[in-house]
Design a protein around this ligand. Sequence first.
Ligand code: NAD
Ligand code: MG
Length: 392
Amino acid sequence: MKRVAILGSTGSIGTQALEVIASNPKRLAISMLTCNSRVDVLRGQIDRFRPKAVCVGRKADAAELGREYPRLKIYCGAEGIKEAIGTVDCDVVLNAIVGIAGLEPTIEAVRKGGLTVALANKESLVTAGRIVMEAARASSVPVIPVDSEHSAIFQCLAGNDENTIKRIILTASGGPFRGFARDRLTSVTVGDALIHPNWKMGRKITIDSATMMNKAFELIEAKWLYGMEAGRIEVVVHPQSIVHSLVEFDDGAVMAQLGHPDMKVPISYAFSGPDRWMTGTRGLDLIALRSLYFEEPSGEARRSLDLAYRVMHDSEATGHDSGAVALNGANEELVRLFLEGKIQFVDILDTLEYLIDSHRPMAITSIEDVFVVDRAARRAVLERLVVEPLLS
Ligand code: NAD
Ligand code: MG
C-alpha cells in the first residue's frame, strides 16, 4: 500500500488523482491533502479519503476545520505545507499545485528523501530545474513526470538507456488559436482563450496552452528531467492529441506513447510504473482515426517557443538560469492580469518578449535567488503594463 500526499488536491490534476486513488483502494491510500481556498471541496475529500493531515491557505479555514475534525492534523499556508511534508509519513508526494507556489514543496519533498515525487507542477522545473534535479539525485528521490508529454517520454524510455536518446519530440495540440497570426489574436477574449480543444485543465495552464507558453515551459521541463540540451528537444503540432510525445534513439528507432487525451493515464503511471493499472480510459480505434497528422509550429506559437529556446541556450552558454525564472514569473503575472480582464491577450507575449530582450542572465544557486528574480520579473510586468501607461 502506497501512502500518497496530494498537494493541490482540489485542482484539475488533484481531483483526477483522487479518482485514480479511489479506483485502487488496495494499492493507494491518502495520507495528506492540501488546497489553497476551495475548502468546501476539501471537506468532501476529507470525508471520503480520511487523510491524517491537511493544509489550507487561510488561517480562518484552518481554525474552522480544526473544530470540525478534531483528530485531523491541520497545517496552514506556505510554511505549513513544507512542515507537513517534513512531518507526515508518505511514500509519494504528488505535487499538483499551480505556479511557483509549488516550488518550495517540491524542494522540501526531494530533500526529505525516502519517497517518490510525482511532479505535475512544471513550474518547479522551469524555475529551479538544476536545483531540484541535483537535490533529487543527492537524496535518491525519483522525480516522476505527470505532465502527459513528459510521462510519454518516461514511458518510451522504460527499458532503454537514456544515453542513447538522439532527440525528444514534444507534441502540442496548438490550443484554441492554432496557427493564428497576431492580427487574429488582438480581439480574443478570456472566454475564447479558456476553451481548449482537447484537454480540460485549470485556468492558468489553459491560458498558457492558448499562448503556447505551456509548450515553451515543457521544453524547459524536458531539458531538466532528461538532462538534454535545447538543440535536441523539438516541438511538433499534433492537433489530435493522440501521440503524447516521442523519443528518437541513436539507432534511428522512434518510440511514441499514444492514447486518447486523459490525464488519469499519466497520473496512474506515476503511481504504478513500470506496472500498469486499469484507468477506465477508452482504447484507441485506429481504423476510426484513419490518420494522425502533424505540422510545424507557426504564427504566434513560434514566438513562445523561441523564448524558451533563448533562455535555454543562455543557460547552456553561461550556466545562468535566471531567464527561465523571469519568463515564468512574468508569465504568471501576465496570465493573472489577462484573466482579471486588465490586459489584452496579445500583451502577454509582447511583454514577455520585451522582458527577455532586456533580461541580464544571472546565476541561480539557491531558492532565494529564484524568488529574487521572480519578484523582479513580476514588478517589471506591472511597471510596463500598469505604471508606464498611467505616466504617459
Ligand atoms: P488548478 O488550478 O486546477 O489546481 C491548482 C491546485 O493548486 C488547487 O488545488 C489549488 O488549491 C492549489 N493552489 C493554488 N495556488 C496555491 C498556492 N498559492 N499555495 C498552495 N496551493 C495552491 O491547476 P491544474 O490544472 O490542476 O494544474 C496543476 C499543475 O499541474 C500545474 O503546474 C500545471 O501546469 C500542471 N499540469 C496540469 C495539467 C492538467 O491537465 N490540468 C496537465 C499537465 C500539467
Ligand atoms: Mg503537457
